[in-house]
Design a protein around this ligand. Structure first.
Ligand code: AKG
Length: 277
């Protein structure tokens, strides 16, 4: 039996700007995700290191269209894509997915930001967008797990500029928001999934442990929010949702081959990379 987004989750998401689903992927499914990450030459080859101002770095692979492999099945699954549609209250399409790999000893921190702080620049008129972060490794305070400011999505989009060498949200407003809002460390076990609104302020600390911290983040846009300009992420592209069993089927080599493969499109923002060259 697979989990799903409930009315209670939708209420929490509307109130807090995020909701964590524990055990959303089973241990064997997480094993399939890990096995693919470790064997996919495109992921292993194209992982540029994104530096922070302290010299920390994160390896990142990004792709625009979900393919027919295990990672594509996660992004297209009823649990994840269907959950996104429930939370955004309408049809969604895949905006991109990325694999964040803050490796042992040199994983960088991420400054406070909103995804819509970036995506606004892409011609998305409304913040009808969200992301789902699936824990591939344990996410702990010690290894720099994501931190969310509860309710910050209701502040609307903040101005973003250069903050410690990254694109971050207006520092003064972030400081004031931290005084008023609850800061939640989103500690997760592998298989947990964090759904968060594109206007939720979030950050993560450096990974100073000797264990990697890998996170698969699938991002969605509402179909009615088709960007008014062509840019490095897709315009509305109907998403072929898959049943939740598809992750295991993809792992067993029974993928839906009609669905297309992971894209090699160049996603040209500063944090982007190609999954495949
Ligand atoms: O990997 C993380 O902890 C955060 C990633 C992040 O901030 C982002 O993808 O914008």
């Amino acid at each position: 039996m697979f989990g799903s987004i409930t009315a209670g989750d939708a209420a929490a998401f509307a109130r807090d700007g995020f909701v964590i689903k524990r055990g959303y992927f089973a241990a064997d499914e997480v094993g399939l995700i890990q096995a693919l990450i470790e064997s996919d030459p495109a992921i292993q080859r194209n992982v540029p290191r994104i530096a922070d101002s302290d010299g920390g770095a994160t390896a990142l692979a990004l792709w625009n269209h979900p393919g027919d492999d295990v990672l594509g099945a996660v992004a297209r699954s009823a649990r994840v894509a269907g959950g996104a549609a429930v939370l955004l209250d309408g049809e969604v399409y895949h905006y991109h997915s990325k694999l964040m790999m803050t490796m042992p000893g040199h994983g960088s921190r991420w400054e406070w930001h909103q995804d819509y702080g970036y995506w606004y620049q892409n011609g998305c008129l409304f913040p009808d967008m969200l992301s789902v972060a699936v824990a591939v490794d344990p996410q702990t305070r010690a290894n720099g797990c994501m931190q969310m400011l509860k309710g910050s999505h209701r502040m609307g989009r903040l101005d973003h500029g250069r903050v410690a060498g990254q694109t971050g949200a207006d520092v003064e407003r972030v400081e004031r928001a931290i005084e008023r809002l609850e800061l939640v460390h989103c500690e997760m076990q592998p298989g947990d999934a964090l759904f968060f609104h594109a206007n939720t302020l979030y950050a993560s600390a450096a990974n100073t442990t000797d264990q990697s911290r890998r996170l698969l983040i699938c991002c969605y846009n509402k179909a009615t929010n088709n960007p008014y300009k062509v840019h490095h992420h897709p315009q509305h592209t109907p998403l072929q949702q898959l049943p939740d069993t598809a992750v295991r089927e993809a792992g067993a080599g029974k993928a839906d081959k009609a669905a297309g493969t992971a894209s090699a499109e160049d996603a040209g923002d500063s944090r982007a990379a190609r999954k495949a060259s």
